[in-house]
Design a protein around this ligand. Structure first.
Ligand code: SDX
Length: 432
């Protein structure tokens, strides 16, 4: 709907009050009813558990259309960026909402490359944690600990925020790789400044001091594609967590550490690891694909079709479409086959022709096929969500910076509907 066609106000009648609430129109024509004065004029609040109907902010970074299955970073369709861009350029795009010039890209690439090392003392944090600890917990701890190396007295300046942003984007792959090396008892590999961002990740993950390791360019390109597709997704659970923590004035590292913890949940970024567990259980004969799907439709079976469904997409997740094709391309390039892909295709086939899924508009999301590619790249399944976090880092940072620069932004503090006991008088325990 264009601004001209949009209604200027929405009428609300509550009791004997009649209100005209202003209507906001987004740049893609989406409408929002501005209720910022609702409680002060009526005493009432809205009720929207999960906030699926609530716009928490305005943003110029990412646009989603769930019905059409559209995803654009600052206006650029994800399909074009996946085909033609690279992850470091997409980082800049999200941070500045514009594509960089070649000079800007070169300088940014240099800056990110030259901040990849961690303080030598920080390495002791990894050693203090159990090898069997989940790497998402290790990464959340390490990112939070970064703030102890870069803490400043007084309010952050924009320059300091930018310097923290570059450091976080640069150091997240090093933290991720160190969490993996610690879990397998191998020595940490220092980052290499002569490698691209994605190749450096592969180097730190899979090289050892005992021999030469040159990252496979096909694997590096596939990883770069995965990172681009995960880079931002408007106000998802982990990004709104980063914004919420940042709204209290907490620094970027503390805010993103909270975002990593939110992403870990199996309903969010942890789904990619759960998808592989699901496909593996079917491959190993615990139950057939059809039996699994029948259970996934039963409310209290405790079984969910992981990697399916989405709060916003009520159509195919455009990232899943790209990843599905990438599964074929990467496996072919590497001359490999994976029975899990066949099982995933069978589950999708069953779901897209089953009324339960059709009625609820449940389609594959970004997590349904990504694990098959991570697995083909040699990444262990408990690192899948860590790689989601590496990809999502520029989105978290860009959204946090946007919040800091928003003069209308206030500390996040939602209200509630109290349903507890009314006022009553305390009695001493001897009388209860
Ligand atoms: C990500 O928000 C983002 O943008 C997230 C993300 C990003 O890039 O940041 O896209 C990344 O987190 C993708 C989602 C990964 N999670 C999963 O794959 C886990 C499985 N999916 C679901 O748990 C669920 O679909 C959610 C959590 C993704 C969405 O949950 P909603 O919007 O709260 O939907 P819901 O749970 O209310 O489901 C609506 C109905 C319910 O049935 P009814 O009560 O109407 O009978 O659909 C059913 C649900 O039971 N349903 C499923 C299902 N997902 C929803 N039934 C079986 N299998 C599923 N996967």
């Amino acid at each position: 709907m264009t601004k001209k066609q949009a209604p200027k106000t929405a009428k609300l009648i509550i009791g004997d009050q009649e209100l005209d609430l202003p209507v906001m129109v987004g740049s893609e024509g989406e409408l929002a009813i501005d209720i910022t004065k609702l409680r002060s004029t009526t005493g009432a609040v809205t009720f929207d558990p999960g906030l699926g109907n609530t716009g928490a902010c305005t943003s110029k970074i990412t646009f989603l259309d769930g019905e059409q299955g559209i995803l654009r970073y600052a206006g650029y369709p994800i399909e074009e960026l996946a085909q033609q861009s690279n992850f470091v350029e997409v980082m800049w795009l999200l941070l500045h909402q514009d594509l960089p010039s070649s000079t800007q890209l070169e300088q940014f690439n240099h800056d990110v490359t030259h901040h990849t090392m961690l303080h030598e003392d920080l390495k002791r944090l990894f050693a203090s944690l159990p090898k069997a600890g989940h790497p998402m917990a290790v990464c959340a701890a390490a990112v939070g600990a970064l703030s102890t190396y870069y803490q400043k007295a007084g309010p952050q300046t924009a320059e300091q925020n930018w310097s923290d942003a570059v450091r976080l984007l640069a150091k997240m792959p090093t933290i991720a790789a160190y969490s993996f090396k610690h879990s397998i008892g191998q020595p940490f590999m220092y980052p290499r400044n002569d490698l691209s961002y994605s190749s450096n990740i592969l180097h730190m993950m899979f090289a050892t001091p005992c021999g030469k390791y040159e990252p496979n360019p096909v694997i590096a390109r596939a990883l770069d594609l995965l990172l681009i597709l995960h880079a931002d997704h408007e106000q998802n659970c982990s990004t709104s967590t980063v914004r919420t923590v940042g709204s209290s004035g907490a620094n970027l590292f503390a805010s993103v550490s909270a975002g990593i913890s939110a992403l870990w949940g199996p309903l969010h970024g942890g789904a990619n690891e759960a998808v592989i567990d699901m496909l593996t259980s079917i491959r190993d004969g615990e139950r057939s694909a059809r039996q699994f799907m029948d259970l996934a439709k039963q409310k209290n079976s405790g079984v969910r079709l992981m990697g399916f469904g989405h709060r916003v997409y009520k159509n195919y997740d455009p990232r899943a479409l790209i990843l599905k094709q990438a599964c074929y391309d990467v496996l072919a390039e590497l001359g490999r086959k994976d029975p899990l892909l066949d099982i995933a295709l069978e589950l999708e086939q069953i779901a897209l022709s089953d009324n339960y899924f059709i009625e609820r508009k449940l389609y594959p999301n970004v997590d349904f096929y990504s694990g098959i590619i991570y697995k083909a790249l040699g990444i262990p399944s408990d690192m899948f969500t860590v790689f989601f976090a590496i990809g999502r880092m520029p989105g978290w940072v860009a959204q946090w910076l946007e919040y800091q620069g928003d003069s209308a932004a206030r500390i996040t503090r939602p209200r509630q509907i109290y349903m507890g006991p009314n006022k009553r008088t305390y009695t001493d325990v001897s009388k209860r």
